[in-house]
Design a protein around this ligand. Structure first.
Ligand code: NDP
Length: 402
């Protein structure tokens, strides 16, 4: 049976989600009518044209402000999707969940809710929807991108097949690609800069330890010819749910690689106040510096043809198996150029867009459909990881020295 879906957001990630849903519809018949809606309809039309030209599948398009719940409900009533894939920005999450509850539609996103006026994200706002989704028999999948998303599923896979207990989890996100720009972000600049300039945080012996932004680093040697790279400790949203759901974790940390050039530019922008998220008065108008900066920076979707190299994102997990110490590394390698030639986007959008489609497939097929609000490590990893590889993100799990 083909399931109708609505994708919200036609940016870098939304364009890959639209492409991959169309591909899955063509190959497996899982999706029926696919509608792509966003604030700017012209961007949806451009994505639809790209999908039609590349693989001959037609998408419907629409304009909507996802923060306007009554308008979103009107769209849901006219499109009648079974599922909304929220690929707009984290600010929209609660409004889209409200509309899904009102119209009886399942929900999926790739980033947890963040209030516009505070650079702070946590799951409490979305976990608070648990009972309401359950009562309505609806399912919400939170964080079905790569990190969060695949990293949560990787953790579940390791706990199902490789380890009996886990003590240390390190999620390491390496973008070894180069877009040749002096300074650009790989996904929405405002969200990216808010995340990177926030304080770091990691889990140690039952409590959170806070660090100054990017003040703690290690060097990790990545596989597949990438080699050693400096990785910086950051707080990332999947740590919150993994610490809750993976019992016995003594330490959990998240690391990301950054080039010196990126960090130097960021430091200067911070020092001159351009990363501020509070409104400032400029010649009688209120402007938010980070939004103005985002407006000046390259659109992440425009980096597709420029980016060369690989990403490597995975989990290093130390624990016990059959009474013995064991450490495994589970990861995916993705090549920017290959993503561009397949879908017209760079690997950061691609590695987020494929798992969003796979999560949607799991949900509408009933494999992952249970009433309530779920993080991905709470669900069976095997069918998800099978489809992840089949739709462009193969992965490996190897035993390594601690
Ligand atoms: P972009 O800025 O490229 O795209 C965002 C899209 O959302 C745009 O099309 C924008 O419309 C649309 N949008 C914004 N506000 C609204 C609104 N109120 N109503 C309707 N549409 C709206 O962002 P990305 O594609 O880079 O990122 C999309 C999401 O993916 C973000 O939430 C990001 O945090 C998440 N992400 C998750 C990752 C993961 O691994 N889990 C990794 C990377 C990103 P317009 O065209 O008018 O601007």
């Amino acid at each position: 049976m083909a399931h109708n879906i609505l994708i919200l957001g036609a940016g870098g990630v939304g364009s890959v989600v639209a492409f991959k849903c169309a591909e899955a519809a063509q190959k497996t018949g899982v999706f029926g009518q696919i509608t792509l809606a966003s604030r700017t309809k012209a961007r949806c039309d451009a994505v639809a044209a790209n999908v039609r030209n590349r693989i001959g599948v037609s998408l419907n398009t629409a304009q909507v402000d996802a923060d306007d719940v009554p308008s979103l409900c009107n769209l849901l009533r006219s499109v009648q999707p079974e599922l909304v894939l929220n690929i707009a920005l984290p600010y929209q999450d609660l409004h889209v969940m409200d509309a899904c509850l009102e119209c009886g539609v399942h929900y999926l996103d790739t980033a947890n809710y963040e209030p516009l006026d505070t650079a702070h994200f946590e799951y409490k706002w979305q976990w608070a929807y648990q009972e309401r989704f359950k009562e309505k028999g609806l399912c919400a999948l939170l964080g079905s991108g790569f990190d969060p998303g695949v990293t949560n599923v990787f953790a579940a896979y390791v706990m199902k097949h490789e380890l009996d207990t886990v003590h240390v989890l390190d999620i390491i996100d390496c973008n070894a690609g180069d877009h040749g720009q002096p300074f650009a972000t790989n996904f929405n600049p405002e969200i990216n800069i808010r995340e990177v300039t926030a304080k770091g945080r990691y889990w140690e012996q039952g409590e959170w330890v806070q660090t100054d932004p990017l003040s703690f680093a290690m060097t990790y040697k990545f596989p597949d010819g990438i080699g050693p790279k400096k990785c910086y400790l950051m707080y990332h949203e999947e740590l919150e749910s993994l610490v809750k759901h993976l019992k016995g974790l003594a330490r959990a940390r998240f690391w990301m690689t950054f080039s010196d050039q990126y960090l130097n530019h960021l430091k200067v922008l911070e020092n001159v106040g351009l990363t501020r998220i509070d409104p400032v008065d400029y010649q009688g108008n209120k402007i938010v510096p980070v939004q103005f900066l985002a407006h000046l920076l390259p659109n992440p979707a425009s980096l597709g043809p420029l980016t060369r190299g690989k990403t490597c994102i995975g989990n290093l997990m130390q624990g016990k198996f059959q009474g013995k110490d064991k450490t495994v590394y589970i990861y995916n390698i993705c090549q920017h150029e290959a993503c561009y030639s397949e879908v017209g986007a760079q690997a950061i959008s691609y590695t987020t867009g494929v798992p969003a489609m796979v999560g949607a497939k799991m949900l509408v097929e009933g494999v992952w459909q249970k009433p309530g609000v779920w993080n991905l490590e709470q669900l069976d990893p095997d069918p998800f990881l099978k489809d992840l590889a089949a739709f462009g993100l193969p992965w490996q799990c190897v035993e390594v020295q601690a």
